[in-house]
Design a protein. Structure first.
Lengths: 90, 407
């Protein structure tokens, strides 16, 4: 078990490895608050990504995460990862 | 008047050629794609030769989003369907989505994907198995992925009848067209050569143990000791003929007749159903045996099955009564892909007036009284071609194809 925290870079890497990357989507851009559906990932893609996060980071994600973590930020929070401060709209 | 189903597009991925023209050029010249299996060491398996598709890199054709969720056979089927639609000059986005269907055949499913995941299951645990295993190895996955890719939401399905499937799918596609669907993407592509797939195929007892690519898989020969497996197949675009004519599409030919039969159970004393399939397909096409210019044989490469096929052909056409060929000696048997590829080949033979050869037959068995096109292609006009296919377990199918100019 690793004590390393899940970061947004880890998440984008895992998404790429487990489900590929949609054309027209820049995963390296500011995606923290973008809906996974807008990034082109369906529930199966997230199921596969969550499974890899669990294995790699030694965390256990509840079944609710899949339906409730609709953005990378919410998924990082659910996985106890490193969550950057929200970019608040003025 | 029942509407005819016209073939307006062909996409081929075969061991002796990627793409229709590369395949067709090699096939006319009798260039074989059969070699020793290269993707793993086959030394410990009783069959070591196969028709592998080389040079196919799915990432060159498909978006990365698709790669982790697809088996090799699905990747090939998707690319072949792209090629077939391009060949048909048909833009699916311009056709109403419920006016397009997809009917493919499958013989085994996504075995390379599945073997990898099942190995993870027993060696590491269930949490290591890909979520995409849930559908990537299904029989119906090629149909589903083609349907999603092109937004084809009309009547769709999959047929699982081993080697007969390549014809059964096309026959079923014709049914949908007769019921009113404008376009059906159809055919078969299989890729069951990884160890798990090979072992499954070995269980039939019909694979050749011969190690010499110049001698193994010699159907209708006295030395026939089994067939060799291959991967790939063909995807065709079938279209309502009036629709194809209206849009000025190039028509390779039409599906004039089709029939499927099932062999009686062992011990029944009744003969196999192949002859009945052929006769019923001819009747469906309203042609006499004399109208058939060439037969694309099932060519099992097993002595008693070769004898049975030759007997059925002799009974219908008379001994040595019609030219017969088996270009699958260059690719190996492709299971669900075989008869679709034979259909594509027959249509190309019509287009160019060339019947491609059967390889490796040096001592044709006396009990196989057929006019086998051996070693080199035969130039001849082809107005009607018959494609014959048998699937393990008793499946028989026959299809009559008619050239566009023939009446």
């Amino acid at each position: 078990m690793t004590a390393r925290e899940l970061t947004i870079d880890d998440l984008t890497r895992i998404l790429r490895e487990s489900a590929g990357e949609n054309e027209g989507v820049d995963l390296d851009g500011d995606i923290l608050d973008t809906l996974f559906t807008d990034l082109g990932y369906d529930s199966l893609a997230l199921l596969e990504a969550c499974s890899r996060i669990e294995r790699e980071f030694g965390v256990k994600l509840s079944d609710d995460v899949l339906s409730e973590a609709e953005t990378p930020r919410l998924l990082l929070e659910a996985a106890g990862g490193a969550v950057p401060p929200a970019a608040r709209a003025a | 008047m029942t509407e005819s189903a016209a073939v307006t597009g062909i996409g081929v991925i075969a061991p002796n050629g990627l793409g229709t023209e590369e395949f067709w050029t090699a096939t006319q010249k009798g260039i074989s794609g059969i070699e020793r299996i290269s993707r793993y060491d086959p030394a410990s398996y009783p069959t070591r030769l196969a028709g592998e598709v080389t040079g196919f890199e799915a990432g060159e054709y498909l978006a990365s989003r698709l790669l982790p969720q697809t088996d090799r056979m699905t990747q090939m089927a998707l690319v072949a369907s792209d090629w077939a639609l391009a060949d048909a000059d048909l833009d699916p986005a311009a056709v109403p989505e419920f006016d397009m269907g997809v009917v493919t055949a499958s013989a085994s499913g996504g075995f390379e994907f599945a073997q990898n995941e099942l190995q993870k299951l027993w060696s590491k645990g269930p949490e290591y198995v890909s979520a995409y295993q849930s559908f990537a190895w299904f029989y119906a996955v090629n149909t589903g992925q083609i349907s999603i890719r092109h937004g084809m939401r009309g009547p769709s399905g999959v047929l699982v009848t081993d080697q007969a499937g390549g014809l059964d799918a096309l026959g079923h596609a014709r049914r949908h067209i007769r019921k009113g669907t404008g376009v059906v993407v159809s055919g078969g592509v299989d890729a069951s050569l990884p160890p798990w797939g090979l072992v499954s195929l070995l269980s039939t007892g019909r694979l050749s143990p011969t190690d010499d690519p110049a001698r193994a898989y010699a159907p209708f020969d006295t030395s026939a000791d089994g067939h060799l497996p291959g991967e790939g197949g063909a995807i065709l675009v079938l279209e309502r003929e009036s629709r194809a004519r209206e849009r000025g599409a190039r028509v390779y030919g039409t599906v004039a007749g089709y029939a499927a039969t099932f062999d009686p159970g062992p011990g029944s004393g009744r003969g196999p159903g192949l002859r009945r399939a052929i006769e019923t397909a001819l009747a469906d096409a309203r042609v006499t045996p004399g109208a058939i210019d060439v037969v694309f044989a099932d060519a099992a490469g097993v002595r008693d099955l070769d004898r049975a096929e030759a007997a059925a052909l002799s009974a219908v056409f008379g001994p040595n009564g019609v030219p017969v060929t088996a270009p699958k000696t260059m690719t190996g048997r492709l299971y669900s892909g075989a008869a679709s590829l034979d259909t594509a080949t027959a249509l190309l033979a019509m287009r160019d007036g060339v019947v491609p050869p059967t390889l490796r037959v040096t001592d044709q068995a006396a009990d196989c009284a057929i006019d086998l096109v051996r070693d080199t292609a035969r130039e001849m006009r082809v107005n009607h071609a018959l494609v014959v296919a048998r699937g393990h377990g008793g499946f028989n199918a026959a299809m009559v194809l008619r050239a566009p100019a023939a009446d």
